[in-house]
Design a protein around this ligand. Structure first.
Ligand SMILES: Nc1nc2c(c(=O)[nH]1)N[C@H]1C(S)=C(S)[C@@H](COP(=O)(O)O)O[C@H]1N2
Ligand SMILES: [Mo]
Length: 249
């Protein structure tokens, strides 16, 4: 989108001629082209700049005494129970799809990356909120390590659990994927992620509503289109109950 913005502005400038002289600027056509380009650029800039804004961050004393679990509270498999008991030694987060260098990251790998800690408020559409402190690498760090391809427009977040018999999944666009507060969290309030909150890994996408924050993460997949993922609406609740794909807050 930034490219289109730049191209739009350049096209506007090219239409005016480099260093448009006053004679040209006097013509109504030139003025309207220039204004259109400028309005477009300003609008695109405002939109993109807005989407990079940070969600509010809070102080340690603001943290909710307990962070409730919602939706799936566990993964119903022998592998999960066994891994949970051992601290997830064999859990792998796959980073694949439209990437040059697919990765299979262990929890040790994830903890060894540069970390971000943020105290944020989680808002669920069901009408509750909670404040928690999350720690993990930025999703952007993982995508850069995997060398995400230019054709990628979305990141699909794959989960280990099922809800009402269907695999939970979510997806976000590249603006949210590279938002500084979008992290792959392995800790809540300084402790390993509790089972009910998505152990061992869950997404935090702080400018989005709760259902986008996929828990029990197994994979991160870069795709060009969401059409062939799940039922094509970009997420479990989007497919199942018509929730909005863009859940920005
Ligand atoms: N894998 C998975 N991720 C999920 C869900 C789920 O059921 N399964 N529920 C979502 C919803 S609706 C919310 S509000 C949050 C709840 O996170 P919490 O359990 O840590 O409160 O997780 C989201 N991510
Ligand atoms: Mo939710």
């Amino acid at each position: 989108m930034a490219d289109i913005g730049r191209r739009g502005l350049l096209a506007g400038i090219a239409a005016l001629g480099v260093g448009a002289c006053s004679k040209m600027a006097d013509s109504d056509t030139a003025r309207s082209i220039f204004n259109a380009a400028e309005d477009w650029h300003r609008a695109a800039h405002r939109t993109l700049a807005g989407r990079q804004n940070l969600a509010p961050e809070y102080a340690p004393e603001d943290r909710s005494p307990s962070f409730r679990g919602n939706g799936s509270l566990t993964v119903d498999s022998d592998f999960y129970r066994q891994q949970l008991g051992q601290g997830f030694p064999d859990w792998r987060l796959m980073v694949g799809g439209l990437v040059e260098r697919p990765l299979a990251l262990s929890l040790t790998d994830i903890r060894a990356l540069p970390q971000r800690t943020q105290i944020t408020r989680h808002d669920c559409v069901e009408g509750w909120s909670a404040i928690g402190e999350w720690t993990g690498p930025q999703l952007g760090t993982l995508l850069d390590a995997a060398k995400v391809r230019e054709q990628a427009n979305f990141i699909v977040l794959r989960c280990a659990d099922t809800l009402y018999g269907r695999e939970y999944y979510e997806s976000i666009d590249m603006v949210d994927a590279y938002h500084p507060q979008t992290i792959i969290a392995h800790a809540l309030n300084g402790e390993p992620l509790p089972e009910k909150n998505g152990a061992p890994l869950r997404a935090r996408i702080e400018r989005q509503l709760g259902y986008k924050h996929a828990k029990f993460l197994t994979g991160i997949e870069a795709v060009a289109s969401l059409d062939d993922i799940g039922a094509g609406k970009g997420g479990f609740w989007e497919d199942f109950a018509g929730y909005q794909w863009y859940a920005g807050i």
